[in-house]
Design a binder for this molecule. Structure first.
Ligand SMILES: Nc1ncnc2c1ncn2[C@@H]1O[C@H](COP(=O)(O)OP(=O)(O)OP(=O)(O)O)[C@@H](O)[C@H]1O
Length: 248
């Protein structure tokens, strides 16, 4: 199975000298094609740094990241932007929609920015797929939070990129809406073959993924497949116990 996102001994150090922080301390991991992976771990364990390095939004201090088989090492900003546009979509906790644009205009924006002509039939299909067929002319302010996140998901599908990175995509949503959004993400990987890497704090959200990787102190310490909310929560509890210094 190919790995559209491959990290090899990735280290990320913030700062220098005694105050330096090893946010990633040698991560080697491949996100397999068509899989939905949740990244979990205690606060400060390096989840966002991992996602940002994997997506080429931040550069590692050492090690290598490959996106769609292409090493990011040595790419200049223009080449990196081009590669990201071709291969990667993002879904953020805060939706990141343009308020002045309609649903449809938001969905095609990455394509417009890349100078590509959108496939109109596919755009209509992805908007329908996320349940917003009747609202394609609405602006984000006229939509609920869950509907806005659906627009972001449609946007992640419109360009047919191989990879979606999602950073706490359900963090701002109520439980029911969150589950609907997670189902869409899961379908996106199962039915359309997208590779999805999602950072989350929520064991229920993680249980929608095919596998969960656990980070502690910038290292992957465990991985589970076919996660259930209970198993993920138990795993996390174990990790935080391990992480808590013994009382003296
Ligand atoms: N720009 C930065 N400058 C300095 N230190 C940073 C920077 N970004 C992150 N860090 C540090 O790197 C470590 C990992 O941070 P990161 O945000 O990746 O963790 P996280 O697991 O996503 O945390 P959370 O769950 O709280 O969002 C933390 O110790 C954090 O303080």
């Amino acid at each position: 199975m190919s790995t559209p996102v491959q990290l090899t001994d990735v280290r990320k150090v913030y700062g220098t000298g005694p105050g330096a922080v090893d946010a990633l301390a040698g991560v080697t991991y491949g996100f397999a094609a068509g899989t939905f992976t949740a990244v979990m771990g205690p606060s400060g364990s390096g989840k966002s740094t991992l996602l940002h390095c994997a997506a080429g939004l931040d550069s590692p201090t050492s090690g290598d990241v490959q996106l769609a088989g292409r090493s990011l090492r040595g790419l200049d900003e223009t080449a990196l932007t081009e590669l990201r546009r071709e291969q990667v979509a993002f879904v953020f906790q805060s939706f990141n929609l343009m308020p002045a644009l309609t649903v449809r205009q938001n969905v095609v924006l990455p394509l417009t920015l890349a100078g590509k002509a959108p496939d109109d039939a596919w755009v209509t299909e992805v908007i329908r797929r996320v349940g917003l067929g009747e609202r394609s002319k609405h602006r984000p302010s006229e939509l609920s939070g869950g509907q806005q996140q659906r627009v972001a998901i449609a946007r992640a599908l419109a360009g047919r990129t191989a990879i979606t990175f999602a950073d706490e995509p359900t963090g701002a949503l109520d439980t029911t809406t969150a589950l609907e959004v997670l189902t869409l993400l899961r379908d996106q990987s199962r039915e359309l073959g997208q590779t999805i890497a999602m950072v989350t704090h929520d064991p229920v959200a993680a249980s929608y993924a095919d596998r969960v990787v656990f980070l502690v102190d910038g290292q992957i310490v465990a991985e589970t497949t076919h996660p259930t909310p209970e198993a993920v929560a138990a795993h996390l509890a174990q990790l935080s116990t391990r992480n808590t210094p013994n009382p003296t």
